[in-house]
Structure formats: C-alpha cells, structure tokens
Design a protein around this ligand. Sequence first.
Ligand SMILES: [Zn+2]
Length: 76
Amino acid sequence: MGTILRLLIIAAIIWFIYSLIRRAITPPPQQPLPNSPLMRQCAHCRVNIPEGESTQSHGQFFCCEAHRDLYLQQKP
Ligand SMILES: [Zn+2]
C-alpha cells in the first residue's frame, strides 16, 4: 500500500513540475488590446489615424475632410 501511495505522490509532483514548465514555455495567447482602435491610412497624406476619427469616402479613408476633398479633386 505504501509503495502505491508513494508512486502516486511522485506522479503528482512530476505532473505539477511538468505543468509549471509547460506554462513557462508556452507564451500567453495574444489578445487584441481593448484600447487600440483599428488604424486607417489617409489616402492623401498616408498618415495613420484611428478608424473612428477618419473620414471615409469612396472606400478610402482620410485624416480630415480637406484631404478627402483634395483627393477627390485629383481623382474624380
Ligand atoms: Zn491626410
């Protein structure tokens, strides 16, 4: 009886060390940052702006309405 109990304890210790090593090796799953909005590039000046602050027109994104107007003037 004592031998089986000892084997079980040794197995538990090995499993515990194994799970610790596995946790240390495996990197935590990459989660998207909640505060990072989707970035869009202005089609006129190529500056990156959050999608919420961008102006969208004709499937393109712009940092401001002036650049949207300039872009549409150049490419009617
Ligand atoms: Zn721009």
